[in-house]
Design a binder for this molecule. Structure first.
Ligand code: MIC
Ligand code: SF4
Length: 643
């Protein structure tokens, strides 16, 4: 029987388990990436595992999230630690300024047919060159660096059949926004989204990467494109044609679901506040006044994207509307250098765009927070409430085409109203200069790992008991994001300092949560559907663990966050019915009873001691996860296994 692309890569990397949908498998990881905001924890964990040199084909540590922290030593401490720990253990180090991890990895390292694990949820970007690239918590990445397998449930595979070709002013971002409109932020859970059809040939690698990048917002395990002639040309233009190999689905490949998108009839789309799936046509919102336009992020910061914006401004002799503040963050040093040599940068500057560093910047609330009640149009991938740094701002997600139209007219405008669509050709040769990627040391024994005062040691949970009692410390609704649990922005500098960062837990919802949790000696968190969606930050489990949270009971969980909770010894449990969720109130006293027996089956008894009601909650853990939870999480488990 024929295979699809996902099955081919998984089969080639399988080390344990059966290829049956929903069953846990273990796969070998070829490459890993970390970024600074999740990397410090990941390397502390790697150190704790006692492995000397990474065992992957390639591991890269990127500095791109918190590059220019204001006022204080924390950020610089983190960077020094990351640089020295990389040199010591065989990891390449991409310096701040070299660009956003996903864009740089796509340009310089991604390889068709390989597996990539990254401590960032947008790692699937490299699916644009036919890699099976997945986001995970830093601890999972540390284990993969040590040569351990990555565990996941064998996914369903969805074929998205792209037909026809995009019309002018409609681009890759509109394709993924359309998919989000159809499938929602939970639509991809447990699935790999694979792209095929005649429309694929018309999309360049960076356009494909925009789509695989934002597949993270569908909750998908990952997204992947075929590796074809377009991929070969891209890799050749990056001076690495030898990394290319063909990877396409067999003609008789089977899929669990099929979806068709007709590119020719697609219109410019826009995601409204405050979820990436609240998508409508741009024309439906025409005329809404805009305060800010931000171009960049790992979704839309490629050479192609920035040149579309620059050329539109230049050809039409436009300036940015006086009431709009427009920023542009290039995805990489390569992109920035190339647009500076071909005058694209000059066009942006002339028109009044403000040029930021090649980093995440405003996407993670690092600068350029919108004004009060402001409307911000961003080419980014997430518009969760408060993520921009301004809680009452209204953030919309759009393509570079729609962004530039709004910058010109000062209001939401269908970009098809602009005249000539600039034709941006993919360069025959990209400017290749890897001088900001520092290779690991030839003499690792001589490298001293520098840990300034911001690098605090890692808290570790103790073993699980047979019963847990405690109060409901907070009851939440659906789609709670990791930005709600442990926000970024000004808190980002405490990513290496769990005790301090724990003060941020749920602070946007209940400013005193951390005090309440500590006073009560820990307790329970209740959630609705898709609890923990968004980022891969394991701090969203680590910090609650530090505050004494023992279990999160929700209607359903996002994949990466559920794994992170288990990794840090917190029980993620699922309600059997909405009525059970409704029957518990904030402040109720709960007891999980007979946990060990419950772990052996799939349900544990939850008693609401306040109301007297008893119910069953499901866990769905594999036997490996049960063993991990019993000893207090993955680090203890890995240590015990290697002993
Ligand atoms: C994000 O976009 O939310 C982040 C910041 O890149 C996170 C990682 C982090 O929290 O450090 C992600 O996507 O995983
Ligand atoms: Fe950085 Fe934003 Fe991409 Fe996260 S989504 S990696 S913060 S650019």
């Amino acid at each position: 029987m024929g295979k699809n692309i996902t099955q081919k890569i998984l089969d080639n990397h399988l080390v344990s388990g059966e290829q049956v949908v929903g069953e846990e498998i273990g796969i070998r990881i070829d490459q890993t990436i970390t970024q600074d905001a999740t990397g410090t924890m990941s390397y502390l964990q790697f150190e704790a595992m006692g492995v000397d040199q990474v065992k992957t084909d390639l591991s890269v540590s990127y500095i791109d999230h918190n590059t220019l922290q204001y006022g204080g030593f924390e950020n610089a401490d983190d960077h020094k630690f990351l640089q020295t720990v990389a040199a010591k253990h065989g990891v390449f180090f991409s310096r701040p300024g070299n660009g956003i991890c996903h864009q740089v990895h796509l340009e310089r390292f991604g390889k068709p047919g390989g597996t990539l694990l990254g401590s960032d949820s947008h790692t699937p970007t490299s699916g644009g060159v036919g890699m099976l690239a997945m986001g995970a918590g830093g601890l999972d990445v540390a284990v993969a660096m040590g040569g351990g397998a990555f565990s996941l449930n064998y996914p369903k595979v969805v074929l998205v059949n792209l037909k026809g070709r995009l019309k002018p002013w409609v681009s890759a971002k509109d394709i993924i926004l359309e998919l989000l409109r159809r499938l929602t932020v939970k639509g991809g859970v447990g699935k790999v989204i694979e792209y095929g059809g005649t429309g694929v040939k018309k999309l360049s690698v960076p356009e494909r990467a925009t789509i695989t990048n934002m597949g993270a917002e569908l909750g998908a395990t990952t997204s992947v494109f075929p590796s074809d002639d377009v991929t070969r040309e891209f890799l050749a233009a990056q001076g690495r044609e030898s990394d290319w190999s063909e990877l396409v689905a067999d003609d008789d490949a089977k899929y669990d679901e099929k979806i068709t998108i007709n590119l020719g009839t697609l219109e410019p789309m826009i995601a409204q506040p405050h979820m990436p799936d609240l998508v409508v046509k741009v024309s439906d919102l025409e005329g809404l006044k805009v305060d800010q336009v931000c171009v960049g992020s790992c979704t839309n910061s490629s050479y192609r994207d920035l040149m579309v914006v620059a050329e539109t401004l230049h050809k039409g002799e436009y300036n940015v509307d006086p009431e709009v503040s427009m920023t542009v963050s290039p995805g990489s040093k390569q992109v920035l250098e190339m647009i500076s040599l071909n005058k694209g940068l000059a066009h942006l500057i002339k028109a009044g765009a403000r040029i930021l560093e090649s980093s995440c910047g405003p996407c993670i609330g690092n600068g350029q927070s919108p004004p009060s009640e402001g409307v911000s149009l961003r080419t980014f991938n997430r518009n969760f409430i408060g993520r921009s740094g301004t809680k009452n701002a209204k953030v919309y997600l759009v393509s570079p085409e729609t962004a530039v139209a709004a910058a010109i007219f000062g209001k939401i405008t269908d970009p098809r109203k602009l005249e000539k669509y600039p034709k941006v050709k993919m360069p025959k040769q990209f400017l290749v200069d890897d001088s900001m990627v520092i290779p690991p040391s030839d003499d690792p024994a001589s490298v001293v790992v520098v840990k300034g005062p911001n690098i605090q040691s890692l808290p570790i949970a103790g073993p699980l008991g047979d019963s847990i009692t405690g109060k409901v410390l907070i009851k939440l609704g659906d789609n709670i994001t990791t930005d709600d649990i442990t926000p970024a922005g000004t808190w980002l500098k405490y990513r290496s300092n769990v005790p301090k960062y724990s003060e941020s837990v749920f602070c946007g919802i209940d400013a005193d949560f951390h005090l309440k949790a500590q006073e009560a000696g820990g307790g329970f968190v209740l959630g609705g559907e898709n609890y923990g969606q968004g980022s891969s930050r394991e701090h969203a489990a680590l910090c609650p663990m530090f505050l004494g949270i023992k279990a999160v009971v929700a209607k359903s969980f996002a994949r990466i966050h559920k794994d992170n909770l288990i990794n840090f010894g917190i029980l993620p449990l699922t309600f059997e019915s909405g009525a059970d969720y409704d029957s518990i109130n904030d402040g109720d006293e709960l007891e999980l009873a007979g946990i060990f027996d419950g772990l052996a089956s799939d349900s544990i008894t939850l008693i609401n001691k306040t109301s007297g009601k008893e119910m069953k909650v499901a866990h769905g853990y594999t036997s490996r996860q049960v063993d991990m939870l019993k000893v207090g999480g993955r680090l203890n488990y890995t240590k015990a296994q290697s002993a």
